[in-house]
Every structure is written in C-alpha cells, then in structure tokens.
Design a protein around this ligand. Structure first.
Ligand code: ASP
Length: 550
C-alpha cells in the first residue's frame, strides 16, 4: 500500500484504503467510538476507532493506522482534510507518549522555559513549524536570487580570529596551551579578503556569534546574510538589496514597496529619538527648547492624543532606563504648561497630553523620549501590523565616545570609509563631526542590517587605527593577516550584513527571535534542552592548560 499523508486526504480519496503514520494530537470518546486527530508533517485528519478502547493511545504517541476513507457527515471547515475521516481497521502503537509536559496546541500559555526544555515537542505545533518552513523558503529564495545576480556563496571559517563588531567574543581553547580561537562576530575580514581575491560578488548565509546582553531580538549565535561587492557604490548596494527583498519576499506573500526611503541618522534621532525609527506611526518629536523656560539646555516633546493615566509609572521607568534626565507628562491645559509659548499651535492635535523630556545631553534627551514613543506603540498598537516600512538610515557619525574607556570607538567598524567632506574634523579634533560612508537597513523599528563602503587605501586604514588608538603592535597581532591585502591590489569594495532571524521575527509577528530558531538559547543564553553551556572535567581542563578561578 502506498504511504498517504493526513493533510492531503480529501473527498477524492473516499472509499480508498489508506496507510497513515503520525502522532495523536487529540482524542475524544463518544459511546463506543474514539475520535483521534492524527497529525503528521502535512497536517491533521480525523480517525475513528470503533469498539477499541486502548489506554496506550495517549496524546502525542506515535502510531501507524490502516483504514478506509469515508465522507464525514458534518465537515470541519478548519481542516484541509475536514470533509473526510478514516475508519480504523488496524493500528499499531509505535511509541507511547508519557503525560506531556504542556499542551502542544496551547503553547502560548505554556512556560517558555518548559517549551525550550522539550523543544522537540514544542516544534510539533504547526505554528512553530510553519515559521521554520518560512525560514527555509526565505533562505532558498535568497540563494536563488544571489545566484541569478552572479554572486557566489563562500563559507568562511568558524574557528577563527576576533572580528571587531563591538561585542564580546566567544572563545575556544585549544590543546596548544594558551592559544584560543575566537568564533566570528561576522565574516567581515574574510569577505574583504575575498574581494582582494577578485571574487567581486560574494554572499553567505553565515552563522555568527556575539557574547552580548540578550534581548528579544538577540541570540548568542545567529544567522547573517552577508554580502560584499567590488567596484560598487552605495546606490548599487541599495538597489541590490531592494530588489532582493522584493524578489524573495513577495512570493512568500509580503508586499515590499521600493525604492526604500532614505533618512539621515541625525533626522532619525531628532524626530524619532532612535537610529531605527518605526515610521508606520506618527507622534514625532518636536524641539521646544525655545518655547519653555527650564534649567536644562534642551526640551523635546511628543504630543499624544490618548489617555495614558494608567501607564505613567511604566513610562517613567522606561524614561529613566534610557538615561532621560527630567520628564514631564501633563495635559496641554494643565497649569504645568501655562508658561509654554505657542504650544497649542505646535501640537497640531486637539487637547493633547504632552511628554516633555528635559536634559543637557541632547542625544539622551531624544533617545529617552524615543523609547517612550516605542512603548506607546506597544500599549496602543499605533502601527499597522500589515505594513512593512523599510528604510535606509544614512549619513552616520564615524565615531562613538566610549565613556568607560575614555576613547573613541568606530560607530560601525574600523574598515568603514570616511565621508571626505568631513575629514577636516579629524585635524580639528572634533571627532563627533566626522561622518562615515555607512548605512543601516531598518524595518518597522528594527535594525535589519548594517553596511559600509570600505577603506582600501592603506594610509587611510592606518589613520583610522591611529584615531581609535589601536597601537601598531595590536594592529599587527589582530589584523596583520588582513592588512597585508592592502599592499597587493585591494580593490574598492563595499557590503552589508543582515540579521535574517530578526527579519523572520517581524514577518511572523513573533514575540521573540527564539520563535524562528529551531533550537535557541533562552533569554539567559542557556540551551535548556541540552543544558549547555556545561562544566568540563578536570582532565579536559588540564588538556587545555586551563585552571578555573575559585
Ligand atoms: N560586518 C558588518 C556587521 O556585522 C556588516 C558589514 O559591514 O557588512 O554589522
């Protein structure tokens, strides 16, 4: 008998004998009949057992059945196979399931840690599997797209040297005592070396590792769509990426409007209080520094037309978590605002509630208000969930002040080309005014990608390292292998790297990036299923020449 699948049976099969393998998704008894929803990789179909009451037919047991397809008296419109049922003639329990730790179909109410511990059960849920199937289709479409565009996929090493993306490295000890590999934070140096090799058009769906504080859109290991091109401009990168999302996402049912708008970094900050603005909803920031009297240099405001009374304490907390200095929330008619000049005209909405962020550090004044704007969206669902607002953020600062180490860091990475017109600020020491030829791709308030035009002149690269106070010795030990290419015909090149799981999280409306990864780590970076990371033995420590601190 030919193997058949639950989700594929329909009226055409009525009268046939079929053979099915699957799991018991649900079970109901009615007099001498037992109804079972049998689930396999294609979907669900209803089985009827008559005069068979087998206690081993437990939920989530794996079984084989043989039976006859009959038309149902009453169709179930929710199921593809809802017009038929299978009358069981023979069956075998292949593996009995114990009492399951959570209801697979009600996983939303189950504890996430428990779901992660039993991830193989969690993935039996159709909704979970559908997300991973979408992931597969997207990756397939991407590979086909790049192949058609003349790009070649190269794999770069996992056991490698540190790449400067700004996070902590994951290190791998070796038996060559005192020598460590670093897992790549990105294939950055390798892809630039491939340009030196004359590859010209490179891409990779690459696994990368960053040991940083986890958030709902971060995992210690994730997948990056990494792209690099020689002899190309920023516009070439934008055009390629816009075509890429249109070509790969539209067949999957997502509408992509191109070209993507461009927004300057400082405008994003000024109007949205973030470098990854969600442009699906309004309530932009206004500068009211000259309209109010206060002891602070800056006053920035959002005018809002909904009642926030219940949310005041959460809003205050978010404000201070984001380094806000002083926040005032009140109705426009409140005595608090009696001294404000022209505020009603500025507001453009009737009778608004005003949020004013006061501060002496402009960036923090804006960012803390931007965080409130994002929070207001999560409370009031201001953004249309069906919209996909892709956006390029351009004209970035080159450097970022590192308060802890009292020095400047590269805002993107140290291989990014300077915006020539701002090079003069290197001489005057006004490093915050130096701009970079870098760009971010943003979607609905999430940073999807970063990229840049790269330095290919060894003198410029040296100048960059000098500004970043990376000593000659450090340059040699960290990047020596890479810097050699600057002396052997390195072509002009540029590229970008996308976080694919972040995109999948947005596309599937998932609560976290964990939902689009088959076996993710939990919010604390632990794989609850295998309990990794775990301790190693004294012998292993000795082999690596390592000693644990007490
Ligand atoms: N390596 C960069 C990153 O991971 C992307 C790029 O510049 O291509 O952010």
């Amino acid at each position: 008998m030919k193997k058949t699948y639950c989700g594929q049976l329909n009226l055409k099969n009525v009268g046939q004998k079929v053979d099915l393998y699957g799991w018991i998704s649900n079970k109901r008894k009615f007099k001498n009949q037992t109804f079972v929803d049998l689930r396999d990789s294609t979907g669900i179909c209803q089985l009827i057992f008559i005069n068979i009451s087998d206690p081993s037919l437990t939920k989530e047991s794996c079984i084989w059945v043989k039976g006859q397809v009959n038309k149902r008296l009453e169709a179930n419109k929710e199921l593809a196979s809802g017009e038929i049922e299978v009358l069981v003639e023979d069956y075998k329990i292949l593996n009995t399931a114990k009492q399951i730790p959570f209801e697979i179909n009600k996983y939303d109410s189950a504890n996430e840690d428990l779901r992660l511990e039993y991830r193989f059960l969690d993935l039996r849920n159709e909704k979970m599997l559908d997300r991973l199937r979408l992931r597969h289709k997207l990756f397939l479409n991407l590979r086909n797209f790049f192949d058609k565009e003349g790009f070649v996929e190269f794999e770069t090493p996992i056991l490698s040297k540190s790449t400067p993306e700004g996070a902590r490295d994951y290190l791998v000890p070796t038996r060559r005592k005192g020598k460590f590999f670093a897992l790549p934070q990105s294939p950055q140096l390798y892809k630039q070396l491939l340009m030196a090799s004359g590859v010209e058009k490179y891409f990779q769906i690459a696994r990368v590792f960053r040991d940083e504080d986890l958030r709902k859109d971060r995992q210690p290991e994730f997948v990056q769509l990494d792209v690099e091109m020689s002899f190309a401009t920023m516009e070439d990168v934008f055009e390629l990426c816009e075509k890429m999302w249109k070509t790969t996402l539209e067949p999957l049912g997502f509408k992509v409007k191109t070209p993507f708008p461009h927004m300057k970094y400082y405008d994003a900050l000024a109007y949205y209080g973030t470098d990854k603005p969600d442009t699906r909803f309004e309530y932009l920031i206004s500068d009211i520094s000259t309209n109010v009297k206060s002891n602070y240099k800056y006053a920035k405001a959002i005018f809002f037309d909904k009642n926030v009374d219940e949310h005041i304490s959460a809003i205050n907390e978010i404000f201070s978590k984001n380094a806000g200095e002083k926040l005032e929330i009140a109705n426009v008619n409140s005595h608090v605002f009696q001294e404000l000049k022209n505020i009603k005209e500025l507001a453009k909405i009737e009778n608004p509630t005003i949020f004013i962020s006061y501060g002496n550090n402009e960036e923090n004044t804006l960012k803390s208000l931007g965080a409130i704007r994002t929070h207001l969206n999560s409370i009031f669902q201001l953004a249309d969930p069906n919209k996909m607002n892709f956006l390029w953020i351009v004209d970035w600062p080159m450097f970022e002040w590192n308060e802890m180490e009292k020095k400047y860091d590269a805002a993107h990475h140290p291989f990014t080309q300077f915006e020539e017109s701002t090079l003069k600020y290197l001489k005057t020491g006004e490093l915050e005014k130096v701009r970079a030829k870098s760009y971010d791709n943003v979607l609905n308030g999430f940073e999807l990608a970063s990229g840049s035009i790269r330095i290919y002149d060894p003198k410029v690269q040296e100048m960059m390292f000098d500004v970043l106070k990376i000593s000659k010795a450090e340059q040699k030990s960290k990047f020596g292998f890479f810097l050699k290419a600057f002396d052997y015909g390195l072509p002009p090149h540029c590229g970008i790297g996308f976080g694919l799981e972040r995109l999948l999280m947005i596309l599937t409306n998932s609560m976290s990036i964990r939902d689009v990864i088959a076996f993710p780590k939990n919010a604390k970076g632990i794989d609850l299923m295998s309990q990794a990371p775990s301790e190693i033995t004294e012998d292993q420590l000795n082999e690596y020449g390592l000693k644990l601190q007490k």
